[in-house]
Design a protein around this ligand. Structure first.
Ligand code: NAD
Ligand code: UDP
Ligand code: UDP
Length: 321
């Protein structure tokens, strides 16, 4: 006998950094969650603590292949997110974004499910407008080493809006800016994980370029709150909508903060700046504030305080960078 009407929710990329936090949150909300992942960058360690919940189901599957399940909502997060991972097999990255979006949109069309797309601030490329609003079309290199990710995500947005216009799908597109927190991959090369791992193991902190480039870092719990609010918003709210923390820091400031908080003996070392590395990135979240009544609450120091212990445990377990 069915005791209550649980929403059946599919999370693609559910074993990844953001996906694992989202699955946990949805289970807390009382949903029936299918976590789909091909475990390319995600790991069962991230979701192990959820496995005993009877309303949590793990499915090993690649979104580039069709999927037939019955669901009410889909969060499409599957896609490697860090440059090291998405550049390792760039053709697969584009396929994941594009074929993955087509399959998940086809699934949403058949099941009449509401569908959320994890898009990215990378759709703005190396922006000429600062901070970036949703109306800005971006400044993206179509043939560079980041293009598989940036253009793949742009094409996915195009598909979402064409399915919306052509097939009347209920879509939600969130453009996510740099986010950090526990469950990040320790070797993903992203700045927060790199700096914390380097600091905890007293290795040099590698700053690319002069460290004056800036990013705005959002703590994961704040972002997940925005996902859930966007999914629950009225049908006319389709996005794209910027989701991130507007507090901007230079990479050098981040390095100094991490060294101080970990009491590390690490020294800063300058390295060459990677190709197409954006100089500045900061979301304009006025739209999210207005439509979702949402803004991040966690200060960088507070978020780092919650993130450092996760990496300390990995170091204790012998996981090296
Ligand atoms: P992540 O790499 O930790 O998670 C991605 C997950 O997708 C992994 O579990 C991976 O195994 C899975 N995956 C990859 N290809 C797949 C495929 N073909 N089929 C099935 N599963 C597949 O990255 P994340 O940081 O959790 O990012 C999640 C989503 O959010 C991604 O779509 C990413 O582009 C987007 N995003 C993240 C950030 C951020 O700062 N973390 C910023 C912007 C956008
Ligand atoms: N699809 C899927 N699950 C479904 C329905 C569709 O994976 O439940 C895939 C299917 O492989 C298809 C794609 O989604 O190629 C797009 O579906 P759509 O119905 O839009 O297009 P068509 O089937 O006409 O290609
Ligand atoms: N970065 C750095 N040292 C590192 C890793 C990254 O200086 O060990 C810089 C990188 O060049 C970029 C910024 O930090 O300017 C953010 O990099 P990340 O890969 O985390 O995210 P993205 O470039 O996608 O915003």
């Amino acid at each position: 006998m069915k005791i209550r009407n649980r929403k059946r929710v599919l999370v693609t990329g559910g074993a990844g950094f953001l996906g694992s936090h989202l699955c946990e949150r949805l289970l807390k909300e009382g949903d029936d969650v299918i976590c789909l992942d091909n475990f390319y960058t995600g790991t069962k360690d991230n979701i192990q603590h959820l496995m005993e919940n009877p309303f949590f189901e793990v499915m090993r599957h690649d979104v580039t292949f069709p999927l037939y399940v019955e669901v009410d909502e889909i969060y499409n997060l599957a896609c490697p997110a860090s440059p090291i991972h998405y550049q390792f097999d760039p053709v697969q990255t584009t396929k994941t974004s594009v074929h993955g979006a087509i399959n998940m949109l086809g699934l949403a069309k058949r099941t009449k499910a509401r569908i959320f797309q994890a898009s990215t601030s990378e759709v703005y490329g190396d922006p000429e407008q600062h901070p970036q609003t949703e109306s800005y079309w971006g400044h993206v290199n179509p043939i560079g080493s980041r293009s598989c990710y940036d253009e793949g995500k742009r094409c996915a947005e195009t598909l979402f809006f064409d399915y919306y216009r052509q097939h009347n799908l209920d879509i939600k597109v969130g453009r996510i800016f740099n986010t950090y927190g526990p469950n990040m991959h320790p070797n993903d090369g992203r700045v927060v994980s790199n700096f914390i791992m380097q600091a905890l193991t007293d290795q040099p902190i590698t700053i690319y370029g002069d460290g004056q480039q800036s990013r705005s870092f959002c703590y994961v719990d704040d972002l997940i709150e925005a996902f859930v609010r966007l999914m629950a918003s009225p049908a006319e709210v389709t996005g794209p909508i910027n989701l991130g923390n507007p507090n901007e820091f230079t990479i050098l400031e981040l390095a100094e903060q991490v060294i101080e908080m970990t009491h590390s003996r690490s020294k800063i070392e300058k390295r060459p700046l990677p190709d197409d590395d954006p100089k500045q990135r900061q979301p304009d979240i006025s739209l999210a504030k207005k439509t979702l009544d949402w803004e991040p609450k966690t200060l960088l120091e507070e978020g780092l305080k919650k993130t450092i212990p996760y990496f300390e445990n990995l170091v204790k377990a012998g996981i090296k960078q």
